[in-house]
Write a protein that binds this ligand. Structure first.
Ligand code: 5GP
Length: 297
C-alpha cells in the first residue's frame, strides 16, 4: 500500500526518470555555454522560467561552464556578488540577478546587431549547422537574391551539378583564379580542399542593386569583411551543442575521426561569433531563412 513515506513503485520510477532527464538537460545547457552556442546572459534569461533546466542549474556550475571562469574565479565572483554557492539560478534574488547580469554584461558583452550594412550577405557557422540548407531555402524563396556559386577543388558528390552547386576546378585552375584576382576570398576548408568566391558575378549583382548571399566558412567570412567592411555577416547557430553533434552524426557523411576534427573546428568557429553582425539560431529552416532575409533589410 502506498502512503506518504512509501510512494508506490511506479511513482518512484517516474520520479527518478524525471530527475535523470532534468540532470541531462542541465548538462546539455552547460555544454551549450562552454561551447558558446548559448550566451550566459541567455541562460540567465531562461532561468526566469520556473522549473526550466536553467532555473534548476546551480550558480556554481553555471559560472564554471563559462569559458575562462575556473573554480577560484567563480568563488571570487560569488563572494563579490554576495551569492551563496548553494543557490540555483531560479532562486536568485532580484538584486543578485541584476548584479550577475551586470557582471556578465561587463565581462562578456553579448554581440549587438550592427545596422546599416550592405547587401553583400555572408552566411557562416559551424559544421553541420545547416548553412547549405538555409541558403538553398533562401535561394528558392527569393530568386531575386543571387546565391554565389563557389569554385572548389573537391570532386562533385552524387547529384551535384557543375556550375549550379559549385564550379568544380582542378588545382591549376584554382591557382589561375587566384593569380588573376578573380576570387573575392578563398580558403582551404577542413584542411583538405580549396574553396573560393568568384568576384565577377557578385560585383555585377550588387551593381544592379541585388542582394548577394555567400555561404562560406569563417576564414572566408573574415576575408570578405576585410575586403568590404560594410558586408553583412550572419552567424548561424545550432539550437544546442548536442543538436549540432546529432546533425553531424545523423548525416553520416564523415567517419569518427573526421567528425572529431570538425567538432574541434566548430568550437573555434563558435568562439568567433562575436565578429559577426547578426546571429541566427537554426531551429527551423524556414524561420531561420526568414530571419536571415530580415537582417538583409
Ligand atoms: P562542402 O564541401 O561540404 O560543400 O563545403 C565545405 C565547407 O566549405 C562549408 O563549410 C562551406 O561553407 C565552405 N565553403 C563553400 N564554398 C566556400 C567558399 O567559396 N569560400 C570559403 N571560404 N568557404 C566555402
Amino acid at each position: 500500500m502506498a502512503d506518504s513515506t512509501h510512494p508506490p513503485e511506479v511513482d518512484r520510477v517516474a520520479a527518478s526518470r524525471k530527475a535523470i532527464a532534468a540532470r541531462r538537460a542541465r548538462a546539455s545547457l552547460k555544454r551549450d555555454v562552454s561551447t558558446r552556442v548559448v550566451t550566459p546572459q541567455e541562460v540567465l534569461r531562461r532561468s526566469e522560467e520556473p522549473g526550466s533546466a536553467a532555473a534548476t542549474l546551480r550558480v556554481t556550475e553555471f559560472l564554471t561552464s563559462i569559458p575562462a571562469i575556473g573554480e577560484s574565479k567563480r568563488d571570487r565572483i560569488l563572494e563579490a556578488l554576495q551569492i551563496s554557492p548553494v543557490k540555483r539560478l531560479g532562486g536568485l534574488g532580484v538584486r543578485q540577478r541584476r548584479d550577475l547580469q551586470a557582471f556578465l554584461d561587463a565581462r562578456l558583452p553579448e554581440p549587438q546587431p550592427r545596422p546599416g550594412r550592405s547587401r553583400l550577405l555572408v552566411l557562416a557557422g559551424p559544421t553541420a549547422v545547416g548553412k547549405g540548407t538555409v541558403a538553398a531555402r533562401i535561394a528558392a524563396d527569393h530568386p531575386e537574391i543571387l546565391l554565389s556559386v563557389s569554385a572548389t577543388t573537391r570532386a562533385p558528390r552524387p547529384g551535384e551539378v557543375d556550375g549550379v552547386h559549385y564550379r568544380f576546378v582542378d588545382d591549376a585552375e584554382f591557382d589561375r583564379l587566384i593569380a588573376d584576382g578573380e576570387l573575392l576570398e578563398h580558403a582551404t576548408v577542413h584542411n583538405s580542399y580549396r574553396y573560393g568566391t568568384p568576384r565577377g558575378p557578385i560585383e555585377e549583382a550588387l551593381a544592379q542593386g541585388r542582394t548577394v548571399l555567400l555561404e562560406i566558412d569563417l576564414q572566408g567570412a573574415r576575408q570578405v569583411r576585410a575586403a568590404d567592411p560594410s558586408a553583412t555577416l550572419v552567424f548561424l547557430l545550432p539550437p544546442s551543442w548536442d543538436e549540432l553533434v546529432n546533425r553531424l552524426v545523423g548525416r553520416g557523411t564523415e567517419g569518427p575521426q573526421e567528425r572529431a576534427r570538425r567538432l574541434k573546428t566548430a568550437k573555434v568557429e563558435l568562439a568567433a561569433q562575436g565578429e559577426f553582425d547578426f546571429r541566427v539560431v537554426n531551429d527551423d529552416v524556414a524561420r531561420a531563412a526568414q530571419e536571415v532575409i530580415d537582417v538583409a533589410g
